[in-house]
Design a binder for this molecule. Structure first.
Ligand code: ADP
Ligand code: MG
Length: 642
C-alpha cells in the first residue's frame, strides 16, 4: 500500500520497496532476513529456556528432543535459545561495526575528496597503509593489542573496513567537488563544512548506503570469525561464531551443535547479501529509472489500434496514421503521442510546432523505433513509407533506413558528435555505414559535404575535432552527416534551438536551400512559431500528444483557428513593434498520464465552455487545406466548408 502511494507521489515512478521486491532474489533475501531478525528481536519474549543455564544431566540431546526443539549442547544448554540470543549478538555487533566503519570511513573520504591536495594525500596514504595488510590478519593484530572481547572485536572489524568506505566515498566526492552547483554554493559564501553537509553529502549518501548494504554481511562473518577463534564473545555469552567454535570439538559425536549455528550464519549472511545487492541495483542511478533491464534496439510495438492499410499507396513520402506512443512507468501510462496523423509530401517542409513536452520528439523518434523500450512502446497506428508499414519492419530493415533514407538532425550537436574523432572522420563514417566506399573516397565525399553546408575551408576543417568548432559549425556538420546518404526524409528536431539568433537564421536558410536542392521531405520540429514561418510550407501544431491544427503556414499564421495556435503565435516577438504585449500562455500543459476529458487545452483556453470538456474532439476540416481540433474555432467558417 505504502509502496503504491510512494509510486504515485513520485510521479508514477515505482517506489524503493516496489523495485526491491520486483527483484525476486532480493525479495527472497528480504523475507528470510525479516524472519531471522524478527526471531532474534523477539527472543526475550519467546518462551525459551534461559540461554546460559547449564544442565549436565541433559547434555548433547539431539534435535527434536522433548523440551529442546534443537537439542542441547555439551553443557546441557538449550540450543534454540542460544541460537536466537546469539543471532541477536551477531547482528548487533555486525550492524554497529558497519555503522562505525561507515561514519568514520565516509568522513575521511568526504574530507579527503573535497579538500584535495596535501590533506588528500596524507589521509589516503594512511588508508593505503591499513589496506596493505590482509584485513583479517590486521583484525587479529588489533584484537591482540586490545585484548579479546566482543567490543574489541567490534572495533577491530570496524577499523579494517574503514578503507573500503574511505576510498569509495573519496572517489565520488572528487567528481562532485568541482561541479557547478558546488561552485555556486561556494560563490554564495557558504562555509566548507556547510557545503560538505548540504551539497556533497546528500549526493554521496546513496553510495554510502550501497557500500553499507554490501559490506554488512561480511562484517557479521568477520565478527563470527573472531569469535570462532575465541577472540570475540567470551563464555558464557553466545554469539554465532563462538557457538560454532565450541561445537567444532564435537563435530563427530554431536554434529548438530556446530551445524545449527553454521546454517544460521549461512542463512543470515546470504539473506543480507541478497538484500544488499538488491538495494544496490535500486539505488544505482543508472538503474534507477525503473526497469532493471536495458532498452532494446527498437521500440516495442504492441498495437491495440491498427488503422486499415490504404487501398492505393499514398503519394506522400511518409504517411503517419493515428500513431500512439506510450511510456509505461510503474502503474502509470504516459500517452506521449495520442493518435497523431500527418502526411509528409516530397519536396515539402512540414513544421511540427508545440510547447516543450507536447510529444514532438517522441513522434519523430517513433517513426524509426528510436523510443527506448522500456518504458516506451508504440500502442497504435501505422507509419507508411513506400507502401510499407515501418512499425512492422524488422530490426535489420530499420537499421538500413536509419541514416540512409531517413536522417535525423538533433538539437545539441556537441552531444551528438563523438568528441574523440575529427568531424571529417565522422562524416566519412556516416557515408561508409551505407555506401561501399573506401575510406579515401569517403573522406573526399565528406569534404564535399562540408563544403555543401558552407563550412569555409572545408578540406582543413575536416581535421578539426568537434570542440574546436563553434556551435553553428557543429550543427552544419550534423546536417552534413544527415545529407551524407541523400536521405529522402530529413527529420530535424529543434536543430536551431541551441544556437544564437544570427546563426539560427543562417542554419535555417541553409536547411531550406539544401532541402530544395536535394528534393527531400523535411519534418522540422520546433517550439518557435517564428522559426516555422521561415522554413516550413505547412505546419502541424501539437498539444498534449495530439495535433490540434494543421494547414499551410501562411494561412495558419494569418488566421489561426485553434485558440492554442493563436496563443503560440502571440508568444513570438515582432521586430520593431516593442509596444506589442508578449503573452505567455497561462497555466501549464496537462500531464500526459492524466489527460482531461474533451479538449486538453480547455483548462487554459479563454473560450472554453462546458461542451469542450466532454467526449473526444475530432480533427475536422477547416477550409480546403486545413484542419482543426476545436468545436468553436476562431473565425468560425466551419459551416461553409462542409
Ligand atoms: P517535446 O515536444 O518537447 O519534444 P517529448 O516528445 O520529448 O516533448 O515528450 C513528450 C512527453 O513524453 C513528455 O510529457 C515527457 O514527459 C514524456 N516522455 C518522454 N520520454 C520519456 C521517457 N523516457 N519516459 C517517460 N516519459 C517520457
Ligand atoms: Mg523535444
Amino acid at each position: 500500500m505504502s509502496a503504491a502511494a510512494q509510486a504515485r507521489a513520485a510521479g508514477g515512478r515505482p517506489g524503493f520497496l516496489t523495485l526491491l521486491v520486483a527483484n525476486r532474489l532480493a525479495a527472497f533475501g528480504l523475507a528470510l532476513l525479516a524472519l531471522l531478525a524478527l526471531a532474534a528481536l523477539l527472543a526475550p519474549l519467546l518462551p525459551l529456556a534461559p540461554p546460559d543455564i547449564t544442565d549436565p544431566a541433559r547434555r548433547l540431546l539431539p534435535p527434536l528432543s522433548k523440551g529442546h526443539l534443537l537439542g542441547t549442547d555439551q553443557l546441557g544448554r538449550d540450543l534454540l535459545s542460544r541460537l536466537l540470543w546469539g543471532t541477536r549478538v551477531s547482528i548487533a555487533v555486525g550492524l554497529s561495526a558497519t555503522l562505525v566503519a561507515a561514519v568514520a570511513g565516509s568522513a575521511i573520504g568526504l574530507v579527503a575528496g573535497y579538500a584535495g591536495g596535501r590533506t588528500d594525500n596524507v589521509m589516503m596514504r594512511g588508508i593505503d597503509m591499513l589496506m596493505a595488510f590482509p584485513y583479517i590478519l590486521l583484525a587479529l593484530a588489533i584484537v591482540a593489542v586490545l585484548g579479546p572481547g566482543l567490543m574489541n572485536a567490534l572495533y577491530a572489524i570496524a577499523i579494517v573496513n574503514i578503507p573500503f568506505f574511505a576510498r569509495n566515498i573519496r572517489g565520488v566526492t572528487i567528481s562532485l567537488a568541482h561541479r557547478e552547483f558546488v561552485d555556486a554554493a561556494r560563490l554564495s559564501g557558504k562555509g566548507h563544512l556547510r557545503i560538505l553537509l548540504s551539497e556533497v553529502l546528500p549526493n554521496v549518501l546513496p553510495v554510502i548506503v550501497i557500500t553499507m548494504s554490501t559490506t554488512v554481511g561480511w562484517m557479521i562473518l568477520e565478527t563470527a570469525g573472531l569469535s570462532f577463534l575465541g577472540l570475540g564473545a567470551q563464555p558464557p555469552q553466545a554469539d554465532l561464531g563462538s557457538m560454532l567454535g565450541e561445537g567444532r570439538k564435537l563435530l563427530f559425536n554431536a554434529p548438530h551443535v556446530s551445524i545449527i549455528p553454521g546454517l544460521m550464519i549461512f542463512a543470515l549472511v546470504m539473506s543480507i547479501n541478497l538484500v544488499g545487492d538488491g538495494v544496490r541495483d535500486v539505488l544505482d542511478p543508472r538503474l534507477k529509472s525503473g526497469a532493471l533491464s536495458r532498452p532494446s534496439a527498437a521500440t516495442a510495438v504492441e498495437r491495440t489500434h491498427v488503422p486499415a492499410m490504404p487501398q492505393a499507396p499514398s503519394p506522400a513520402a511518409l504517411d503517419v496514421r493515428d500513431l500512439r506512443t506510450e511510456f509505461h512507468v510503474g502503474r502509470e501510462v504516459y500517452k506521449a503521442v495520442g493518435g497523431v496523423s500527418f502526411a509528409l509530401r516530397r519536396h515539402e517542409c512540414l513544421g511540427l510546432v508545440g510547447e516543450s513536452g507536447s510529444g514532438k520528439s517522441v513522434t519523430a523518434m517513433s517513426l524509426l523505433g528510436l523510443v527506448p523500450t522500456p518504458p516506451g512502446r508504440i500502442a497504435g497506428g501505422r507509419v507508411l513509407y513506400r507502401g510499407r508499414d515501418l512499425l512492422e519492419a524488422s530490426q535489420a530493415e530499420l537499421r538500413t533506413l536509419r541514416g540512409g533514407a531517413f536522417a535525423y538532425v538533433f538539437q545539441d550537436p556537441l552531444s551528438t558528435l563523438h568528441p574523440l574523432f575529427t568531424v571529417g572522420d565522422q562524416v566519412a563514417e556516416a557515408i561508409r555505414a551505407h555506401q561501399p566506399l573506401a575510406f579515401r573516397a569517403a573522406w573526399k565525399r565528406a569534404v564535399e559535404l562540408l563544403e555543401l553546408v558552407r563550412i569555409p575551408n572545408a578540406a582543413e576543417r575536416a581535421n578539426a575535432y568537434p570542440h574546436q568548432l563553434s556551435g553553428g559549425m557543429r550543427q552544419r556538420v550534423s546536417i552534413a552527416m544527415a545529407l551524407a546518404n541523400d536521405a529522402e526524409i530529413l527529420v530535424a528536431d529543434e536543430p536551431t534551438t541551441a544556437l544564437d539568433v544570427t546563426v539560427q537564421a543562417q542554419i535555417l536558410k541553409l536547411m531550406g536551400a539544401l532541402q530544395e536542392e536535394k528534393g527531400s521531405a523535411l519534418l522540422f520540429i520546433t517550439h518557435d512559431f517564428g522559426v516555422v514561418s521561415e522554413i516550413s510550407d505547412r505546419v502541424a501544431v501539437m498539444y498534449a500528444g495530439r495535433i490540434v491544427e494543421t494547414g499551410p503556414t501562411d494561412e495558419v499564421l494569418a488566421a489561426p483557428a485553434h485558440p492554442y495556435t493563436r496563443k503560440l503565435i502571440d508568444c513570438v516577438p515582432v521586430l520593431g513593434r516593442p509596444e506589442r504585449r508578449l503573452d505567455a500562455i497561462a497555466g501549464l500543459p496537462p500531464a500526459v498520464n492524466r489527460l482531461p476529458e474533451g479538449c486538453a487545452f480547455a483548462p487554459r483556453c479563454p473560450h472554453a465552455e462546458a461542451r469542450c470538456r466532454q467526449g473526444d474532439i475530432a480533427l475536422e476540416g477547416f477550409g480546403p487545406a486545413r484542419a482543426v481540433r476545436c468545436i468553436k474555432p476562431l473565425g468560425a467558417r466551419k459551416a461553409e466548408v462542409s
